[in-house]
Ligand binder design. Sequence first.
Ligand code: SUD
Ligand code: ADP
Length: 281
Amino acid sequence: MTFTCPAPAKLNLFLHITSRRPDGYHNLQTIFQFLDYGDDLHFNLRTDGKINCELANNIEIPVEQNLIYKAALYLQHYTNTHYGVDIKVDKRIPLGGGLGGGSSNAATTLLVLNQLWECHLDATTLMQLGLRLGADIPVFIQGQAAWAEGVGEKLTPVTLPEPWFLVIHPNCHVPTAEIFTAPDLTRNQEIVTIDDFLAGRTINVCESVVIQRYPEVKQALSWLNRYSIARLTGTGACLFACFSEKDQAQAVLNIVPQSWQAFLAQGKNISPVIKKLATLK
Ligand SMILES: C[C@@](CO)(OP(=O)(O)O)[C@H](O)COP(=O)(O)OP(=O)(O)OC[C@H]1O[C@@H](n2ccc(N)nc2=O)[C@H](O)[C@@H]1O
Ligand SMILES: Nc1ncnc2c1ncn2[C@@H]1O[C@H](COP(=O)(O)OP(=O)(O)O)[C@@H](O)[C@H]1O
């Protein structure tokens, strides 16, 4: 029997960097909110221990680099299970877009296999395992919009408005590591509070570095800024603008230049994975 589970995209509603750690990683402050837009993962249990992962839509990621495969293998070794799995993925989230697609895929894989393989690991343990594979994975496992600190693993759930977002993907790929190692990146921002966010005193600190290096992002940002305040998510390349009414967002979507991909999605405080997992119990 096939079990299908979503893997939603996320936005970083702001992103500040407060320091650099000795291991090269950066301490951040950010807010994660999910989108009702994402990938679908189809799971079929195997009893012979094999793990297979197939990405649809002509997307090629070498299997040993695929975060879905890495997450499944990691859980298999951690729990010593004899089970295996076939996973097929309908990919919609653009790769390297700052929408956390790879991290979300890994989180969904850990959550679903924890149940399918009867591992009985609690959420905290899954979040710790996930963090070893990527800084963005814990929030997708927790499944609640969150104020995040540390490298993104110190999470405080928040309840936010759930507006409509127009997301634009300028046709370029921004590697996260490139931006975090950029000499011109500001790494010593003051610590802020949620009041600063609510008062509009927060930014995405990576934005200036990304637009200097990627003219396509700069062009899309200035285009989108004509209609609403536009911002980069994560280290890009995707940009988003917020609208309280779906119709307003749709009107702007209708005129997005054809050279860019774009979609409309609603912000969500609870990941759709939580609801779906409850049906597996
Ligand atoms: C910047 C953020 C914001 O949500 O999102 P994306 O733009 O990737 O979506 C994340 O912190 C990214 O998380 P994730 O994509 O899981 O990062 P990882 O795979 O752990 O790390 C990729 C690379 O980014 C750098 N890195 C990442 C996170 C962090 N707090 N400090 C860093 O310096 C490291 O150089 C690392 O080699
Ligand atoms: N299942 C996966 N889905 C997407 N990207 C993946 C996956 N597994 C590994 N990756 C790698 O992770 C990188 C970052 O992808 P993604 O998480 O979608 O973007 P971002 O970190 O910018 O939000 C991709 O460029 C890709 O090489």
